[in-house]
Write a protein that binds this ligand. Structure first.
Ligand SMILES: NC(=O)c1ccc[n+]([C@@H]2O[C@H](COP(=O)([O-])OP(=O)(O)OC[C@H]3O[C@@H](n4cnc5c(N)ncnc54)[C@H](OP(=O)(O)O)[C@@H]3O)[C@@H](O)[C@H]2O)c1
Length: 339
C-alpha cells in the first residue's frame, strides 16, 4: 500500500505477501539464498533515466519478492549514477528493509582516469568499493564481485584484496564474473586458502547464448557447488515479444548507448519467431519460457533480469507458473537455437 505524506509524495509500504509467490534457491553449497529472479540495474537506472520509473521498478520488484539487486561501479550512464540513484531510492524506501535485501556491486571495468581506475589490483578494488558504498549510502554490500578477470594482475593479489574487503566488513560475500572455468578453479583454490566466502559466479547465459555450456563453466560450477547467476537471460529483450515485428522505438536495440545491435536482432529473429511459437504452445510468453528454461539448469540459482518498466517485471515473474519442460520441448529449443 502507498500512503501520501504531507508533501504529496508517496511513502512506500511493501506488499505484505511479498514472500509468497517467489521461489528462493540456495547458491551452491553456501548459506546464501536468492530469489529465482533477481533484478539488475545496468540499464534504466542512470542519471539519463527517470528516477520516478526507477523507483517504481524497485518497489515492484520488492513487492514481488525480489530481494536481490545487482549493481556495478560503472552502471549508468554516466558511470556511478545507477549507484547514486539506487542510494537515493534506497534511503527513501528501503532503509527499514536493509536486512531483507541482498545488494551486489562490482568493479573490474574502466571507471576513472589514470592507471588505478580499472582491472584487478588491490588499489582499484578497495578504492572502488569505498566509492560505491558512498554513492549508495550504505555501510556494506552483501556481495562484491570482481567484474572480469584481469590478465595483467596476479590472481593472488586480486584474491587477497577481496579477502581483506571481507575482513573489513565492507562485503559479506565475494563473487566472480566472466571468469572462465580454469580461472574460476584457480581463484576457488586461492579463496579456500584465504577463507574467503566465494559463493556466486555471474555470467551471460540464455537460450540464444550457450557459451558457458560449451566452455565447461557450467559443469565446473556444478562440480564445485558454486551457484551461477545468469545475466542477459532475455538476450537484452530479444527473447520477448518485443522484436517480432521490427525494432520498436525506445527499445534497447533502438538506442545508441546499447550493446544490443540491430544486426544481432535481425540475424536472430527467425530463431526468436520459432521459439515464440513454442512458448505459445506451452501457454506462456517467450520471456517467461526463456527464464523458466534457465531455471531448470542445475547450477543456476537465480536469473538476473533487467526491466524498463514495472509491467515487464510482473510479466517476467509469471515464468514461475510454468517451469517444467518435456524432453521434446528441450530438444526443440536446442534444435532451434543451436542451428
Ligand atoms: N556481470 C556482467 O558483466 C554483466 C553484464 C551485463 C549485465 N549484467 C547484469 O545483468 C542484468 C540483466 O541484464 P540485461 O538487462 O541485459 O537482461 P535481460 O533481462 O536479458 O534484458 C532486459 C531488457 O529486456 C527488455 N525486457 C525485459 N522484460 C521484457 C518483457 N517482458 N517484454 C519486453 N521486453 C522486456 C527490457 O528492455 P527495453 O529497454 O527494450 O524495454 C529490459 O531492460 C543487468 O542489469 C546487470 O545487473 C551483468
Amino acid at each position: 500500500m502507498n500512503i501520501h505524506d504531507k508533501s504529496g509524495a508517496t511513502a512506500y509500504t511493501p506488499n505484505i505477501d511479498r514472500y509468497q509467490n517467489m521461489n528462493y534457491q540456495r547458491s551452491g553449497k553456501s548459506g546464501v539464498i536468492l530469489p529465482a529472479i533477481s533484478l539488475g540495474l545496468w540499464h534504466n537506472f542512470g542519471a539519463i533515466d527517470s528516477l520516478h520509473n526507477a523507483e517504481a521498478i524497485l518497489r515492484t520488484a520488492f513487492d514481488l519478492g525480489i530481494t536481490h539487486f545487482d549493481l556495478a561501479n560503472n552502471y549508468g550512464p554516466p558511470y556511478g549514477s545507477a549507484e547514486t540513484n539506487f542510494g537515493t531510492i534506497f534511503k527513501k524506501n528501503f532503509t527499514t528493509y536493509r536486512d531483507e535485501l541482498f545488494i551486489a556491486t562490482k568493479a573490474g571495468y574502466d571507471m576513472w582516469p589514470g592507471p588505478y581506475g580499472n582491472g584487478g589490483s588491490r588499489k582499484y578494488l578497495i578504492s572502488s568499493l569505498d566509492q560505491s558504498l558512498k554513492r549508495m549510502e550504505i555501510e556494506y554490500v552483501d556481495i562484491y564481485y570482481h567484474h572480469r578477470p584481469d590478465p595483467e594482475t596476479p590472481l593472488e593479489e586480486t584474491a587477497l584484496a577481496l579477502a581483506d574487503i571481507i575482513r573489513q566488513g565492507k562485503a559479506l560475500y565475494i563473487g566472480l564474473s566472466r571468469y572462465n572455468a580454469e580461472q574460476t578453479t584457480s581463484m576457488t583454490e586461492l579463496f579456500k586458502e584465504l577463507n574467503v566466502p566465494f559463493v556466486l559466479h555471474q555470467d551471460k547465459y540464455s537460450i540464444l547464448d550457450r557459451t558457458i555450456e560449451k566452455e565447461g563453466l557450467l559443469t565446473a560450477l556444478e562440480q564445485q557447488q558454486v551457484g551461477c547467476i545468469t545475466f542477459s537471460p532475455l538476450a537484452q529483450g530479444l527473447l520477448t515479444d518485443k522484436y517480432l515485428h521490427g525494432i520498436p522505438k525506445n527499445s534497447r536495440a533502438s538506442k545508441t548507448l546499447s550493446y544490443l545491435s540491430e544486426d544481432f536482432v535481425n540475424n536472430e529473429i527467425q530463431k526468436v519467431k520459432q521459439l515464440h511459437q513454442l512458448s505459445e504452445a506451452r501457454g506462456q510468453k517467450l520471456s517467461q519460457m526463456a527464464i523458466a528454461w534457465l531455471l531448470q539448469q542445475k547450477a543456476v540459482c537465480s536469473v538476473l533480469i533487467g526491466a524498463s518498466s514495472p509491467n515487464q517485471l510482473k510479466e517476467n515473474m509469471k515464468a514461475l507458473d510454468q517451469l517444467n519442460f518435456t524432453e521434446e520441448e528441450l530438444t526443440l529449443i536446442d534444435n532451434i537455437s543451436l542451428s
